[in-house]
Design a protein around this ligand. Structure first.
Ligand code: FAD
Ligand code: NAI
Length: 464
């Protein structure tokens, strides 16, 4: 048993855990964070957000130089790439980020307890044989790849996102199972580098969590880039052989099976909460029907002194959602009033173009029977987008029919992930569409499309 008890022990150092630990320490709580990986930062920094964005950025630059600079009157010689060089850029980016968290831990005096944490009793965490005491224990153990029966991941030919971030060669044929965030982002990376990519999606649309119009437009644009889609289709088996992997696919609603051949298969049908080895059953922490740790509105589990945040609890599996929860919980433990506004959490798909959203989709508003108004503005009518040769996409503002309060904003287009920041801010402040429409937006910027879409809610768009 280690001698001096902690105020807080956080298990897991992903964006939920490390941010929570830093915030706890900043608020004067004696804090430790347990991490079993060799580096801090969790899924996000090691095998998620950061490495995927490094490869998206690098492959986008290659694609631009190889295929699009000519549109601006720029001629370049033969453009090539060196896969090892791209991977080195990714590795450097990851290393800088994970070392950054280690630095922040030292700066804020958060102890890193290296090893696997197990809760042996309320107030006690065992880390590889040493017991540590704490007043509060926070579970921030994140998530893992959702498996699919008949498709065995070997991280060589049948890969998860982790393998897809580290392929040794560009596969000729990449089949992606799942048309969600990972499928479209990693599919885009390898397609830009030369793979023929086919996305097999169970539902009859891609990006099921996003607004239907955005999904449709995204599919059209990605198809134009060469991505093939098999919607309403399920994979029942993946058999590795000499020539690659043979996938058995069939219509989701029943019908004849056929074979689809691939050199590499990426399984990306979602992620599941990770609680293995934590000892939650023994201490009696309740889980929900989907294996997530059950918490109340203040992140407390049913066992006093044990809390949970991030991917391991309900809600969108996004890094910034986990971070917000980490901060709010730290504030609560320090006696302050932490709070997360789940209505204003943006989501971004970092393909080209990007898709971004905050708030409700049209489908959700219809289902809830909410009366709403729509304002839409296409990037074809935005001066900056024309100058950038990036006129694909639109901004859509959804506002309450009676009060004009913004209920959701959806963007597909260049830099949508950056554009959506002002939309989240507007929703956080409870803006009406008119508030956005009357806010002076710098010219010429892509964000002017947000103002125009907000004007369009009242039928007052100026530039269309
Ligand atoms: P995690 O980041 O999963 O961290 C949990 C940590 O806990 C891990 O390091 C694990 O080793 C550790 N751990 C688990 N059990 C124990 C134990 N018993 N003892 C010690 N340590 C333990 N989200 C975005 O918002 N934007 C993106 O662009 C984005 N891109 C992504 C790309 C990919 C390929 C993937 C897979 C995910 C992406 N995500 C993205 C999702 C994002 O990574 C997660 O939402 C986020 O990491 C969740 O944070 P977390 O702190 O809850 O858990
Ligand atoms: P996802 O939930 O985004 O997409 C999974 C897709 O697979 C869905 O379209 C679903 O309908 C489909 N699917 C489910 N079962 C299937 C089956 N048997 N056959 C075919 N299709 C099937 O999950 P994904 O892409 O694996 O990513 C996991 C999570 O990680 C995301 O939901 C997101 O929370 C996070 N993430 C976020 C990113 C970002 O913020 N840019 C990037 C990558 C991941």
């Amino acid at each position: 048993m280690s001698d001096q008890p902690y105020d807080v022990i956080v298990i897991g150092s992903g964006p939920g855990g490390y941010v929570c630990a830093i915030k706890c320490a900043q608020l004067g709580l004696r804090t430790a964070c347990v991490e079993k990986r060799d580096t801090l930062g969790g899924t996000c920094l090691n095998i998620g957000c950061i490495p995927s964005k490094a490869l998206l950025q690098a492959s986008e630059k290659y694609d631009e130089a190889a295929h699009h600079l000519g549109e601006f009157g720029i001629s370049v010689g033969e453009v090539g790439f060196d896969l090892a060089g791209l991977m080195a850029h990714k590795d450097r980016t990851v290393q800088a980020n994970v070392q950054g968290v280690e630095f922040l831990f030292r700066k804020n005096k958060v102890d890193w307890l290296k090893g696997a944490g197990k809760i042996t009793a309320p107030g006690t965490v065992d880390v590889d044989g040493t017991a540590y005491r704490a007043k509060h224990i926070i579970i921030a153990t994140g998530s893992d790849v959702a498996p699919l029966k008949g498709v065995e991941i070997d991280e060589q030919r049948i890969v998860s996102s982790t393998g897809a971030l580290a392929l040794a060669a560009v596969p000729e044929r990449l089949v992606v199972i799942g048309g969600g965030y990972i499928g479209l982002e990693m599919g885009s990376v390898w397609q830009r580098l030369g793979s023929k990519v086919t996305v097999v999606e169970f539902l009859d649309r891609i990006l099921p969590g996003m607004d239907g119009e955005v999904s449709k437009q995204m599919q059209r644009i990605l198809a134009r880039q060469g991505m093939a889609f098999k919607l309403g289709t399920k994979v029942t088996a993946a058999t590795p052989g000499d020539g690659g992997v043979a996938l058995t696919i069939e219509p989701a609603k029943g019908g004849n099976a056929e074979t689809l051949d691939a050199d590499v298969v990426l399984l990306a049908i979602g992620r599941i909460p990770f609680t293995g080895g934590l000892g939650l059953e023994d201490v009696g922490v309740a889980m929900d029907e989907r294996g997530r740790v059950k918490t109340d509105a203040h992140f407390a589990t049913n066992v006093p002194g044990i809390y949970a945040i991030g991917d391991v609890i309900a809600g969108p599996m996004l890094a910034h959602k986990a971070e917000e929860e980490g901060v709010a919980l730290a504030e609560r433990l320090a006696g302050q009033a932490g709070h997360v506004n789940y209505e204003a959490i943006p989501g971004v798909v970092y393909t080209w173009p990007e898709a971004a959203q905050v708030g409700k989709t049209e489908e959700q508003l219809k289902e809830a029977g909410t009366a709403y108004k729509v304002g839409k503005f296409p990037f074809t009518a935005n001066g900056r987008a024309r100058a950038m040769n990036a006129t694909d996409g639109f901004v859509k503002v959804l506002a309450d029919k009676a009060t004009d309060r913004v209920l959701g904003i959806h963007v597909i287009g260049a830099e949508a992930g950056t554009i959506v920041a002002e939309c989240a801010m507007a929703m956080e402040f409870g803006a009406s569409a008119e508030d956005i429409a009357r806010t002076c937006h710098a010219h010429p910027t892509l964000n002017e499309a947000v103002k125009e879409a907000a004007l369009a809610v009242a039928g007052k768009a100026l530039h269309i």
